[in-house]
Design a protein around this ligand. Structure first.
Ligand SMILES: *Cc1c(COP(=O)(O)O)cnc(C)c1O
Length: 384
């Protein structure tokens, strides 16, 4: 019997200029949060995403926190957010003292359901003196965070139209959709502000890091100001506000520049892996491969399937265990945040689609460096 190496879920791919750029930081002594790579990484990201400005941050959660602040979201206001998401955007809403309004997923692409958004805004809210309020909580509703999960876009056009009608700021959490497009436009560039994370398992990594992108100069300036302790004077230590130390270091940005050079290839590779999985898994009873809408180009960040216990014979956790025995790492989706003990204080309605996706979803190995041979191994185990 062959002793198989284990196959991880999603690990970084380091094969470009990372070493050379890091060495440059060390050789020039620019290791901290000021340095040429920070500026270059911001420029490269803005250029790639197609926004006028980009502001680097310490991580993706910090980017979301600052985005909410510069969008003007205040204490005791409410922000619509996908319930099926990694927890970070919902935590960020609480950091500014605001409250989440959880929106269910749609069953086709598993993203924030724009019809549920419409239902809440049209039937669950009222206007008073030009401001929008939630009928039930009587809190003001001021923003929406569509989270593009697993690399696929939210159907944004209706969301953007409603945001316009109802006066909501739109903050895209585009972390998982870096490299994905909606009707030809890059995710992160469609709302008022876009946020990204460059944690270890994202589309690209800086070890840890994040970015805010926007076309609005005032928002970008405010973001830069707040991430750098709100320092008002280049020499004197005079601060106009309570700011944050949320900067990215030059070392991290150096890795980011090298990763950004390879992003297009990474996206291509992820899409190729997804196509292989899709073809191989399509015919298996009880397995639903993830789909791509005609209006979308997904980054396929985490390749995910739904497992129907009745038809497949095992549920998602059962398949996870079978794969684990064969040293193949897989992962369930996130507990929908409306069910999270961390957000038990927030109001919860009926959100059945997200709950079902949570029960049935399983993400499969999809590192950029995944070999054909390893991909075949995963497919074979699922088929068996
Ligand atoms: C990873 C992730 C974040 C958080 O980013 P950090 O850099 O870990 O703080 C935020 N939103 C989404 C959708 C993520 O996947």
């Amino acid at each position: 019997m062959t002793a198989f190496e284990s196959i991880p879920l999603c690990v970084p791919e380091i094969r470009g200029n990372e070493w050379a750029f890091l060495k440059e930081c060390l050789d020039t002594n620019f290791v901290s949060s000021v340095g040429p790579f920070v500026d270059r990484f911001e420029q490269m990201t803005a250029e790639y995403v197609g926004t006028r400005y980009a502001v680097a941050t310490a991580n993706g959660t910090a980017a979301l926190h600052i985005a909410l602040l510069v969008a003007g979201v205040k204490e005791d206001e409410e922000v619509l957010v996908s319930t099926l998401t990694f927890i970070a955007p919902v935590n960020a809403i609480r950091y500014v003292g605001a409250w989440p309004v959880f929106i269910d997923a749609e069953p086709d692409y598993w993203q924030m359901d724009s019809e549920k958004v419409r239902d809440f805004l049209e039937n669950g809210c009222y206007w008073r003196e030009g401001a929008l309020y939630n009928k039930r909580s009587r809190r003001r509703v001021t923003a929406i965070i569509p989270v593009h999960i697993l690399g696929h876009p939210v159907d944004l056009q209706p969301v953007l139209e409603m945001a316009n009608t109802f006066g909501l700021k739109v903050i895209e959490d585009a972390t998982e959709g870096l490299g994905a497009t909606y009707k030809g436009k890059n995710l992160g560039s469609l709302g008022d502000i876009g946020c990204f994370s460059f944690n270890g398992n994202k589309m690209i990594t800086t070890g840890g890091g994040g970015m805010i992108v926007t076309n609005h100069e005032a928002l970008a300036c405010k973001a830069k100001y707040l991430t750098t302790q709100a320092k008002d004077h280049p020499i004197e230590y005079i601060h106009g506000m309570v700011g944050y130390n949320y900067r990215l270091t030059n070392l991290q940005a150096a890795v980011g520049c090298a990763q950004m050079e390879q992003l297009a290839v990474y996206v291509e590779t992820k899409r190729r892996i997804a196509a292989r999985y899709g073809k191989a898994l399509q015919g298996i009873a009880g397995i639903t491969p993830m789909k791509e809408a005609i209006w979308a180009s997904s980054s396929f960040w985490l390749y995910t399937v739904l497992v129907d216990e009745k038809k497949f014979g095992l549920d998602a956790r059962g398949l996870l265990n079978k794969l684990d025995i064969k040293k193949i790492q897989s992962r369930p989706l996130w507990q929908p945040i409306h069910q999270s003990p961390a957000h038990a204080e927030s109001y919860v309605g009926q959100l059945p689609i997200a709950e079902q996706l949570y029960h049935q979803g399983l993400s499969l190995p999809c590192s950029v460096g995944l070999s054909e041979c390893d991909l075949d191994r995963v497919i074979t185990v699922i088929k068996e």
